[in-house]
Every structure is written in C-alpha cells, then in structure tokens.
Write a new protein. Sequence first.
Lengths: 463, 280
Amino acid sequence: MSTDVTVNRKDKGYWDILFDFFRSINLTIFLLILLAILSIIGTVIKQNASSEEYIQRYGLALYNVLDFFNLFDMYHSWWFSAILLLLVLNLIACSLQRLPGVWRQVFRESGGKELNESVLKTLPYVERINLSSPRERKKDEILSLFRKGFRKIQKIEGESFITLFAEKGRSSRLGVYITHFSILIILIGGILGSLFGYRGFVNILEGETVDYVVLRVKDNQVTKPIGFSIRCDDFRVTFYDLQRPEKIVKEYISDLTILENGKEVLKKTIEVNHPLHYRGLAFYQSSYGTIHDLTIRVRWKDGKGDTLLKVMEGETVPIPNSTALLRVLRYSHEVHNFGEGAQVALLKPNQEPRAFWLLKDFPKFDEQRRDEFTLSLEEVIEREYTGLQVTKDPGVWVVWVGCGLMIIGLVVAFFFSHQRVWIRIPLKDKGEIILAGSANKNRMGFEGKLNRLAKEIRSIGLK
Amino acid sequence: MPISSHSLFNASMGIYFFSFLGYLLWAASRKKNMGIFSTSLLVLGWLIHTIGLVIRWLETHETGYGYVPLSNMYESLVFFSWTIVLIYLILEFKYQQKIIAVFVTPLAFLAIAIISIIPSINPTITPLMPALQSNWLTIHVTTCFFGYAAFAVSFGISILFLIQDQKGGSTKGRINWLPSLSILDEINYKSIVIGFPMLSLGIITGAAWANYAWGSYWSWDPKETWSLITWFIYAAFLHARITRDWRGRKAAILSIIGFVAVLFTYFGVNYLLSGLHSYA
C-alpha cells in the first residue's frame, strides 16, 4: 500500500515537472527567440532549388552536410516543425493552466462586494477624499459623476457605508486566449493545406485544352489529372500608354474556359491579382511564352522521295523508314545572321547524339552532314501560351478565420482592460469617502481617469 | 502642379532637422518655450509632409496611371518618416515626454534624408507592374509602416530606458532629466502595443495579397520570413514584459534587437537577399 503511494507521488512529480516545464513563460520566450534566430538561415540559403544548383554553389561535401540538416527546405524540416510543435504545446499548457480561472472571473455572476479593509489592501489605486459638507446628501451627485465613466453601477448598502461598485471590460481578459487560439487555427489551416492541397502549374497554348496540371516533385515533374478541362482562348499583354517609345507592361491577360465533359461551363478572363476559382482549384496568371510549331522536310538521298514532319519545339519524333529519332532542341529568330533556324539532334541507336542547326533560308545547308537523308526547315508557326500557377488549398479559409481571430484577440488584449472601481461613502457625516479601483492593463490611463473622478468629487464638496 | 511633392519633402526634411536641434536645446536647457517651439516645428514639418504626400498622389494621377504612392523605395521612405512623426506626436500628446523626441526625430529625419542621399532611390513616377496593381498593396504597406514606425519610436524609448537604467542603480546617480523607468516602460509598451497588431495586420494583408497574386499566402520568401522574425522578437518582448526575470532591461534590449530586425526586413532583404519583394 505504502509503496503504491510513493510510486504515485513520484509519477505525479515527473508529470508536474513536465507540465511546469511546458507551461513556463521562459520557455515561450526561449522558443520565440530560437525561432527568430533559426529562421534567418533559410533567408540566407536559397530554399528548394535544384540539387545541381546547390552542388555547384557549395561543393559536394558541404552540400551533403547542409542537406543532412534539411537546410535546403528548412521550414518544412522535422526539427523546425518540432520547435513549432513545442511552442504549440507551451501555448496549450499555459492556456490550460490559466484559462479556467480567467473563465470563472469573466463569466461569474456580477456582484460587487463591500469595500472592506482586506479588499482595500489588494487594490493598487486608493484615494481618500474628505468633504466638508454632509456626505450622505452628496450621494446622488457622486453617483451621476460615476455614471459618466461606467454604465452599470451597483449600490451595496451596509451598516455604516454605502458602496458603489462598477466594472467594465471583464471579457477583455479573454483577448490573450483568443490570440493564442488563433495561432492554433492558423497552424491547423497550414497543415490542412499541406496535407490535402498542392501547387502546380500548366502551360496552355492559345486554343488548346488541357485536363491536367504539372507538379514539381523534387527534381522531376509529374502530371496530375484535375477532373475537368480548361481551355485558353486568348492570351495578350497590354502596355501603358506612355506617349514615349518605352514600353511598360500594364497587364497580362488570359481568357479561359472551363469544360466539363466537353461542355463549356464557365468563362473568365484572368489577370495578375485576379485568379479563376473552380472546384477548389485556383488558376493564377503567372507567366507566358511562345512556342514554335515546325515543319521539317526529310529528303532521302537514294530517291525514296521525301516526308514532311510536324514537330513542336522540345518534342521528339521518329523519322519514318529509319531507326532514327529527331528532337527539336530550340528555335531561334536569328542564327549568326543566317536568319531563322532550329537546333535539332538526331538520336540513332549506338551513336552519340549530335546537335546541329537547320536554317530556313538555306534548305541545302544540311547536305554537308552527308547522311542518308537531309533535313530542312520548311515552315515555322509561332504560338503563344499562357503559364498558369494552379493551387489547391482547402486550408486557406481556416487560415483567414485564424487571422481574423488574431486581430480581434490582439485588439481586445491590448486596447481593452478589465477595470473595477469602488466608491465608499460613509453614512455618518464625518468620515472620508474612499475611491479605489484596479485595472489589469493600461494602469496609467486608469489612474488618470480615477484622478479626474476624485477631483470632480472634491469639487462638489466645495459647492 | 505648381509645387512638386519632392520640394515639400525636402522642406519637411529640413524642418525635422531643426526640430531635432530644438529638442536637443530643450533637453539641455529645460526651457518650456524651447519645448513648445520644437514641437510646433515638428507639427509644421509633418503638415508640410502630409501636403507633400497628397500632391505626390495627385502627381501620379497627372501622369495618367494614378496609384497610391506607396509602391517603391522612395515613396515608402517618405511614408515611413511620416508615420514615425505621427506616432511620436500622438505619444507626446498623451504622455508629455518630449525627451523621446531626441531619439526619434533623428530617425524621421534620416528616413526622409536617405531619398536625397542615395542616388539609386529614384523619385520618378513609373507605372505599376501588374502584381502591384492591387488594393491590398495600399493596406499592406500602410499597416506595415505604421508598425515599423511604432517600433522606431519604441527603439528610441528603449535606448532612453537603458541610459536611465545604467544610472539608476542608486537613486542619486539617476539622471533627473530623464523620465522614470516605469514611465519609459509604460510608453515603450504603448508603442509596441500599436506596432505589434499593425505588424500582424501587415503580415496578414501581405499574405492575402500574395494569395491573390501568386496563389500562396505564405511561401517563406525572405521578406516574409524576416517580417515573421520581427514578429517573433516582439512577441518575445510582450511575453518578456510579464515575467520578473525579463522585465525592464532585457525587454528593452529585445525591443532594440526587434528594431534592427525591422530595418533588415525593410532594407536588408531588398539589397542583400533576393525574393518576390525585390521591387520595393
């Protein structure tokens, strides 16, 4: 039996120590400063770049060390999350400890007590006023002065005193907890977003329709179907009318159409700062560009005729009747003063791929390669595409609710205070009037207010 | 426009400097008239500054692409200086502690003087790039700079606090022309109580704007991260004030570090680090 008790006490001891640790405000200060210092790292080291870029900048050895500590994505690392979690535990422990008491204070029946000597000792503001004229008759005047600052005044009639009591701003004590709670809400919103949301992009050529978005996963790109289609009807750039040759972009604009099973359901023109929202996804204007559709002629040397190949910049197509593949690397408006051209590569089995240029104005240029066929660039069609950022974030509304709560909480916590004021008037003609009170915040302002009240009470005594 | 906003800003810059000298003379002489004179100068400078801001706004409209003038380094510095003076004047009106001006007016003067000193800060009105064409810009920048300005005032008060605290070990050594530690602590808290919700609102409106423009309310871009670092430091200050070990001296040091973080968020990120905010 006795051993059980000691074990229990010991358990409770550890539990208490742990709870004391988590609820200490020194831990709060320590964690906030720690977060501030550690957050600096990620602003100095570029985050989420490609591994090649890091190796080039830091060298392989340092790269491995930095990567080991997740410093290339530190804000999502386990240790940064762990510190945030500690802060959350600290915040919850602090609130659990203090909130019940505060809650009782805020929601108890309002009932003023008589101002006896023991209460008087606990109050930071006490002013004793001696009036020359009879106090009892001045009671109503004092009451009306009191009413200017406080709406609800209770009158407690005792044996030898009348006590007037008023308080306001009781619920302002909750401001701190609203603020703390809002931080939890914001973090929950953030977690919801990272669990159930994603960020991707998609480039859509004018007139084309897509039903997927592209996500970047580490150094790779994966396509993700979105369950409906989106078409880009037009993309355009508008410029400011400056009445001088300089051109400054005013707006990037895309006309988009949403299609469900081939049927148009929504049309919207988007621009920067004005995204399109549809079925939990948001489409943002983020970039644009041009891509070139090329027509390349393959002419066989031994008289087998020729073929026209349609190929887009960046695409790879097989060359008919051969084992070779043709890849278009890039298009250029001007290749060394020879005019338009495309850089292509031939991929043949068991051969190193070679890159070379095809020039539109010199169709026989490729004959110098002495292959079984020659290639020439026949036609170039330029097409614009719009680059859209696509995000899904089901947590974003939770975050906004949290942000709203935070502002409300801060305003309540900082700009309202819980004030209690007593005025004790003796029933006998001799004796002093006592004005006393307390405020949990803005004590200077509160004292000023009571000083003015005391002055006013004194002045009625002079009448 | 008959008068350019730039010349008005220069005028208020000059007035701020003389007001600073006035406050110095007042601190040395304790002549009541000197104090009234310095405050009047400061108010005059601020009124001219305000007219300058309105004219700047009208000037942007004259060019045909009007915007609220808070969109580049030049405009933000001008606004920063304006908010510092405004918040100081409010606190002076409420607490009658002119001595704080000795440390705050130089900051307001410096902020507006930089636009003339550093040549790369360009007063030319250029049209806004697409991402900046948002009402969020106005509210985001306004709230941030009210926050920054309140922290600037708190920085000045914290320096006074440390000076007073240094001498305050014995009551005899106390500098009697400085306000008492408790008054300094109270006003310091008051200015942070203005600054902290403003900074929070600034970060939140920035997040809302980022969500409209880039589709993400938070992307750990250096400017965002530094504003959060600043937020952490002042949150630590607010908690430090309610504990015995941290009250007073340590809290004042936190406020000074906080203002260094503000300056880095404002200038350091733009000139030393890269990110989405590199335009402003």
